[in-house]
Design a protein around this ligand. Structure first.
Ligand SMILES: [Zn+2]
Ligand SMILES: [Zn+2]
Length: 273
């Protein structure tokens, strides 16, 4: 043993020699009647260690700007639209998240990698208890305590009762107020949850495929389109749905856009969007 702690860096560390294996080997040879060198007894020595690498913290993933691909412009974007809102749940996203939520809240005592530094050198610190309902683990590299919920949206979540009702809403392009009313909470809380779940999804699936399926309460950016008037690729401002004196928006099923370059209107069949 030598005095290593979190502050020790590499260098020559003084040690006391309690058991010199070379002397033992020489003694064994002598007992067996073989030649053995007369080695000096060493009381103290020094050990050279590699410099300790400070644990590298796992960064929180950065949410990128929303792109228009995420949203369905064939459906109404506003509350007041003449077409009925289609709230489509992406069941694959719900299933993916539910399996991770179940795993996170399980009382499995197998230590996961450290959520702070990513190390696998971890140990079980305590099993499920009344005060902390999840097993606690400790990282041997950065020495921090954590549970499976640490650095997930489930850490210190006050409304676990609405968690499972929230998951199917995440993929639906609805206003925050809608979801808040349905869940019996406030739009601010729903907004914070959406953000934390998007960050968690990027950790769970770094390709971002699952994160791109989140739509709840997010504002759709203007899609890039070819304007038939100025013949340029422009940001097109969604402008409701086309209707005529004789035919309603629901019959025509064409979305109106306004070119941000020339201000001209054009419309596209919602099936093509
Ligand atoms: Zn760690
Ligand atoms: Zn134009």
């Amino acid at each position: 043993m030598w005095p290593l702690d979190a502050a020790t860096t590499g260098g020559d560390i003084p040690v006391i020699v309690a058991n010199d294996l070379a002397l033992n080997a020489a003694e064994r040879r002598r007992r067996a009647g073989l030649d053995a060198p007369d080695l000096p007894r060493v009381e103290s020595a020094s050990v050279r260690t590699q410099p300790r690498k400070a644990p590298v913290p796992v960064p929180t993933p950065l949410l990128s700007a929303l792109d228009a691909e995420r949203f369905d412009f064939g459906g109404p974007l506003r509350h007041t639209s003449p077409l009925p809102r289609r709230h489509v749940e992406d069941k694959e996203l719900t299933r993916f998240l539910k399996s991770h939520v179940d795993r996170t809240l399980s009382d499995n005592v197998e230590p996961p990698p450290c959520p702070h530094c990513g190390s696998d050198n971890t140990r079980l610190a305590s099993t499920k208890r009344a005060r902390s309902p999840l097993p606690q683990f400790q990282c041997r590299v950065c020495a921090r305590l954590y549970s499976r919920a640490t650095r997930t949206p489930l850490a210190k979540m006050l409304r676990k009762d609405i968690l499972y009702a929230f998951l199917p809403l995440l993929s639906q392009h609805r206003p925050l107020a809608h979801a808040a009313e349905e869940l019996g909470t406030t739009p601010e809380i729903v907004k914070a949850w959406v953000r934390r779940f998007r960050e968690w999804l990027l950790l769970l699936d770094p390709t971002g495929n699952f994160e791109r399926r989140v739509r709840l309460g997010l504002k759709a950016p203007r899609p890039l389109m070819d304007c038939p008037h100025c013949l340029k690729q422009v940001e097109a401002r969604p402008h409701g749905f086309k209707r005529t004196r004789k035919r309603t928006a629901a019959e025509l099923k064409r979305r109106l856009f306004r070119c941000t370059g020339c201000n001209g209107f054009f419309d596209i069949s919602i099936d093509a969007l």
